[in-house]
Design a protein around this ligand. Structure first.
Ligand code: NAD
Ligand code: LMR
Length: 341
C-alpha cells in the first residue's frame, strides 16, 4: 500500500531533499504534509504552524517512509528552515462564500511577508512555493521581500497554480464524456490564479479536444471558477484543501525531479522579467506584466526557461485581453504593500 501511494510521486530518493511546510496544521497543510511524507524523494520534512505542527509531525513520523519529519512552533522557525531546499507556504486564511480571493489580502499579505522574511534569513537559497491567496499578489510580495534581503532568485519563486491545471484535466475529461480519463488530458493554463485571470487554453489541449461553442465556454468558466464551486459546497468551512494538497505536493515533486536532473515542464506563476523566455511572453501579451503563469521547464537550478504562448484562438485572445488589467492591478497591489510595510 505505502509504496504504491508513494509511486504517485517519484520512485527513488537520489539526493537529500529537505522540504518545509509553513502552515502545516491547516486544511491544506495536513494532507500536504502527509503527501510529502509519502514521497520517497523527500528525505527531511520540517513542519511549522502557529500551533499544532509538533503533533502533526509526531503523527506522520509513524509512517515508515524515507522522510524524517519534525514539527516546529513559530519561535523555532530558524531551526525549521535551516537547510530547506523547498519551502511550501499554505499559511493564511481561506475564503468563505461571497468572498473573492482579493478579500483575503488584508490578512494574508502580512503572513506571507513575515514568513518569507524568515525564509530569506534562514534558507536564502530555497525554492519558495506560495499557495496562500491571493496568489496574484502574495507572490509579488514574496519577491519584493526577497529583493530587499538581497536573495531574490526568480528561478526559485513560484505561485502554485497547479490546482487550475488539475481541474482543467478533470473537467475537460468530463466535458468530453470520458470522466475517468482525466490523467491523460493536459490543458496549459496561463495567467493568474483568480476567476477571469485564469486562462485555460483548450485549443492547445492534448489530446486535441473539439467542443461546441457553448460547451467550450462552459468548460472555461468552470475551470476559472472551480474554486468557488468548492467554497460554496463547503458552506463556510473553507475552500479547497484536499485537491490543493494534491496539487502542491505534485508541484513540489515536479520541482524536486527538476533538481534531480529530470527536466519537466508544468505551468506556474513566475516573474517574467527575470526568467529565460519571459520577455518573449511579454511581447506576445503586448504588455510588460511582471508575473504570469506559463509552462515552466524545471531543472537543477529551478526554472530553466518558460514557453511562449504560441497560437491561440480568437475567443482565447479575448479572454487574455479581459484578464490582463485585473492581473496587473493585483500584482501592483502586492508590490506596493511590500514596499510600504
Ligand atoms: P486553514 O485556515 O485551514 O490553514 C491555514 C493554516 O495556516 C492554519 O493552520 C494557521 O494556523 C496557519 N497559519 C496562519 N498564519 C501563520 C503563520 N504566520 N505561520 C505559520 N502558520 C500560520 O486554511 P487552508 O484551507 O489550509 O488555506 C490556506 C491558504 O491557501 C488560504 O489562503 C487559501 O486561500 C489558499 N489556497 C490556495 C490555493 C491555490 O490554488 N493556490 C488553493 C486552495 C487554497
Ligand atoms: C482554489 O482555487 O480552490 C483556491 O484558490 C481557494 C479559493 O479561494 O477558491
Amino acid at each position: 500500500m505505502i509504496p504504491t501511494v508513494a509511486r504517485a510521486f517519484t520512485n527513488s530518493a537520489r539526493s537529500n531533499r529537505h522540504v518545509a511546510v509553513l502552515g502545516a496544521n491547516g486544511g491544506i497543510g495536513q494532507p500536504l504534509s502527509l503527501l510529502c511524507k509519502l514521497n520517497n524523494s523527500v528525505t527531511k520534512l520540517s513542519l511549522l504552524d502557529l500551533k499544532g505542527a509538533p503533533g502533526v509531525a509526531a503523527d506522520l513520523s509513524h509512517i515508515p517512509t524515507t522522510a524524517q519529519v519534525k514539527g516546529f512552533n513559530p519561535e523555532n522557525i530558524g531551526d525549521c528552515l535551516k537547510g530547506a531546499e523547498v519551502v511550501i507556504i499554505p499559511a493564511g486564511v481561506p475564503r468563505k462564500p461571497g468572498m473573492t480571493r482579493d478579500d483575503l489580502f488584508n490578512t494574508n499579505a502580512s503572513i506571507v511577508r513575515d514568513l518569507v522574511k524568515s525564509v530569506a534569513e534562514h534558507a536564502p537559497k530555497a525554492s519558495i512555493q506560495v499557495v496562500s491567496n491571493p496568489v496574484n499578489s502574495t507572490v509579488p510580495i514574496a519577491a519584493e521581500v526577497l529583493k530587499k534581503a538581497g536573495v531574490f532568485d526568480a528561478n526559485k519563486l513560484f505561485g502554485v497554480t497547479t490546482l487550475d491545471v488539475t481541474r482543467a484535466s478533470t473537467f475537460i475529461a468530463e466535458s468530453s464524456g470520458k470522466p475517468s480519463e482525466g490523467p491523460s488530458y493536459n490543458v496549459p493554463v496561463y495567467g493568474g490564479h483568480s476567476g477571469k485571470t485564469i486562462l485555460p487554453l483548450i485549443s492547445q489541449a492534448t489530446p486535441n479536444t473539439q467542443l461546441q461553442k457553448e460547451a467550450h465556454e462552459a468548460l472555461v468558466n468552470r475551470i476559472q471558477f472551480g474554486g468557488d464551486e468548492v467554497v460554496k459546497a463547503k458552506d463556510g468551512a473553507g475552500s479547497a484543501t484536499l485537491s490543493m494538497a494534491f496539487a502542491a505536493a505534485k508541484f513540489a515533486d515536479e520541482f524536486i525531479q527538476g533538481l534531480n536532473g529530470k527536466a519537466i515542464t508544468v505551468p506556474s506563476f513566475v516573474n517574467l522579467n527575470h526568467v529565460q523566455g519571459g520577455k518573449e511572453v511579454q511581447k506576445e501579451l503586448g504588455k510588460d506584466l511582471e508575473y504570469f503563469s506559463v509552462p515552466v521547464t524545471l531543472g537543477p537550478n529551478g526554472v530553466e526557461k518558460v514557453s511562449s504562448i504560441g497560437q491561440i484562438s480568437d475567443y482565447e485572445k479575448q479572454l487574455f485581453s479581459e484578464a490582463l488589467d485585473e492581473l496587473a492591478k493585483n500584482i501592483e497591489k502586492g508590490v506596493s504593500f511590500a514596499n510600504s510595510n
